[in-house]
Design a protein around this ligand. Structure first.
Ligand code: SAH
Length: 251
């Protein structure tokens, strides 16, 4: 059986540690014992770790000197995909974050859109830690070497200035208004025809969709509209489908 993977919070030489709630999860919920072995992602490689000490907020591992998967762990040359995800109902939004992490998204930016519910926008600021926890667990589960970054919520119009999307990125807005249109604007085709991108940003609107002025502004500032087919998808479905299609088209 493959060993469960943990992404280390701290690494010093041949020792690694999980701290805080990350450690508590292993220590209390999973009832860790000294001597148990796991795969530990240390940033640039994965090494086998044996638990040496357990306290409620710290679990330490002695690391084997030989990395287990060095080859698979070279930083990948695949372009980075940033998901600019409008804020919508948290249960569904968090589900999208988890699934897009499994698929391989590099960064998630919660976006304040016109039709994002005002209460959710206020509450989003306090959700950062919870979101980090969700994507870290999903990253460990899917055997990634690192979780995606979660940015602070940003207003749509400040996306460019927030420094979270590279200036050379191919920026694509998933626009439900293009669903079923005749134009050659399917996401997969657009991404596929751009052979030399090294960063891709995907913007997905909230449950109520993008407001017309938002779409106009996105187009004016260089975002390219793309469709995901004839059917109107829920925001969380659109996020997952777009991430999967984009990563596949970039392979
Ligand atoms: N309430 C809106 C739909 C919003 S869907 C309506 O009835 O028209 C939420 C988001 O998912 C959209 O803003 C868009 O970013 C994305 N989306 C859903 N279906 C899509 C499609 N077929 N093509 C492109 N984007 C889509």
């Amino acid at each position: 059986m493959t060993r469960r993977r943990w992404i280390a919070d701290q690494v010093t030489g041949d020792t690694a540690a999980l701290v805080g709630d990350h450690a508590a999860h292993l220590a209390r919920v999973l009832r860790a014992e000294v001597g148990q072995q796991f795969d530990i992602a240390t940033g640039d490689e994965v090494r086998r770790g044996t638990i040496t000490t357990i306290s409620p907020d710290r679990v330490e591992f002695a690391l084997d000197t030989k990395p287990c998967h060095r080859r698979r762990f070279k930083p990948s040359a695949a372009p980075r995909v940033t998901l600019a995800l409008a804020i919508f109902k948290f249960d569904r939004m968090e589900w999208a974050m988890e699934k897009c992490t499994e698929i391989g998204v590099a960064r998630i930016v919660p976006v304040i859109a016109r039709r994002s519910d005002a209460h959710l926008v206020t509450a989003a600021v306090k959700r950062h830690e919870r979101w980090q926890r969700i994507v870290r667990q999903a990253a460990e589960q899917s055997r990634r070497s690192a979780p995606p970054e979660i940015s602070a919520p940003v207003k749509l119009k400040n996306l460019a200035d927030a420094g979270v999307i590279g200036t050379g990125a191919l920026r694509i807005v998933l626009a439900e208004s293009l669903a079923g249109s005749e134009a050659d604007d399917r996401l997969g085709e657009i991404v596929h025809s751009e052979s030399s991108v090294d960063e891709l940003a995907l913007a997905v609107g909230p449950e109520g969709g993008w407001a017309d002025p938002e779409l106009s502004w996105l187009y004016e500032t260089g975002w390219v509209g793309a469709s995901l087919g004839d059917n109107i998808l829920r925001a969380e479905t659109a996020a997952i489908v777009a991430t999967a299609l984009a990563l596949e088209a970039l392979r």
